[in-house]
Design a protein around this ligand. Structure first.
Ligand code: NAP
Length: 318
């Protein structure tokens, strides 16, 4: 039994940050290689799949599978091979300048020979003051978490990608009307998702519009948004009782600022086709290093690569 199982921190050959499909697949492979990986889940165990509904494009599940169920399977499978999972333990500082590497959380200090960064990405927000003020009071970035609170209400979904379509469709289960607000005429979403949303009788569209203000209060919730037409500049008030943000994600790299190289969009840079970062012994996988695909299956794939890269690196050191 490693020290950390007794809550004593301790040394690990492989330490993985993140428990989305990338982190858990890395754990599965490292576990099967006999490396007893330690996984810190962070504040959102299971990652983004826990806030999604049906996953229809993860191979192997003919009828689809619920996101939370899929990650739960992955977690159990990783644990079966000796992975130690620390729930809600969040790394607050990493020191990659010394060996072994040091990872601190609130109350624990771990050391490790290799680190796998699978910290994923978080929902982007518009950056409006009213959005921050009303978050949780009519504004949300997670339809599956909060949709239930909008039964028979009118809702706005901001964004034109697959997430926006998925959230809009999901929210029609509760809402009386869902209006998608998108800043351009053309949607970014895949054809199949666009068609599903367009066929849904409860979904309406406000194209070429941006939300410039959310109107409401913490006491009474949201009652409208201010929309600006991106072609004419005209500003209108649009009645709504809820606003769901679905404008993409930003990679979670704060922990590695000044240590790991990132690309222009802020994603961790790896030496393709490997998962090696600029620090030897540190590997990155999943959404934190993937600006273009960001799928559960691609995250799992790079998680597998990261574990194999870490295993080979450890072997080479010996
Ligand atoms: P995304 O594809 O990056 O789309 C973000 C959308 O938000 C775009 O339409 C973008 O507008 C808009 N947007 C970004 N910043 C904005 C701002 N400041 N103000 C107003 N609008 C803004 O992100 P995503 O939809 O989260 O999808 C991410 C990845 O996950 C994609 O690869 C997607 O295929 C995948 N995904 C797949 C599924 C599925 O297959 N079921 C479901 C969810 C996500 P522009 O178009 O003008 O840039």
């Amino acid at each position: 039994m490693s020290d950390s199982m007794n809550g004593q921190g301790g040394h690990h050959r492989v330490l993985i940050l993140g428990t989305g499909p990338a982190g858990l697949t890395a754990a599965l492979y490292a576990g099967r290689a006999g490396l007893e990986p330690l996984v810190l889940t962070g504040n959102q165990p299971g990652g983004q799949l826990t806030i999604t509904t049906d996953v229809e494009n993860y191979p192997g599940f003919v009828d689809g599978i619920m996101g939370p169920e899929l990650v739960e399977h992955m977690r159990k499978q990783a644990q079966r091979f000796g992975t130690i999972v620390k729930d809600f333990e969040q790394a607050t500082r990493v020191d990659l300048g010394q060996r072994p590497f040091v990872v601190e959380t609130d109350g624990e200090t771990y050391t490790c020979d290799t680190l796998i960064a699978a910290t994923g990405a978080s929902a982007k927000l518009l950056g409006l003051e009213s959005e921050t003020l009303l978050m949780g009071y009519g504004v949300s970035a997670c339809a599956t978490c909060d949709g239930f609170f909008f039964k028979d209400k009118e809702i706005v979904v901001v964004g034109g990608g697959d997430s926006a379509m998925e959230e809009a469709i999901y929210l029609t289960r509760f809402a009386s009307k869902v209006t998608v607000v998108h800043r351009r005429e053309g949607l970014r979403a895949s054809k199949i998702m666009q068609e599903r949303a367009q066929k849904n009788p409860k979904i309406e569209w406000q194209l070429n519009k941006v939300v410039t203000e959310i109107l409401g209060s913490q006491k009474d919730g949201v009652h409208a948004v201010r929309l600006e037409d991106t072609t004419t500049g005209e500003v209108t008030e649009f009645s709504t009782q809820g606003v769901f943000m679905a404008i993409g994600h930003k990679p979670n790299t704060d922990l590695f600022a000044d240590t790991l190289d990132t690309d222009d969009a802020g994603y961790l840079r790896v030496e393709h086709p490997t998962t090696r970062t600029n620090v030897e012994g540190v590997f990155a996988c999943g959404d934190v290093m993937d600006p273009s695909y960001r799928q559960a299956i691609t995250a799992a794939g790079t998680g597998c690569q990261a574990a194999i890269d870490a295993e080979r690196w450890l072997e080479a050191q010996e």
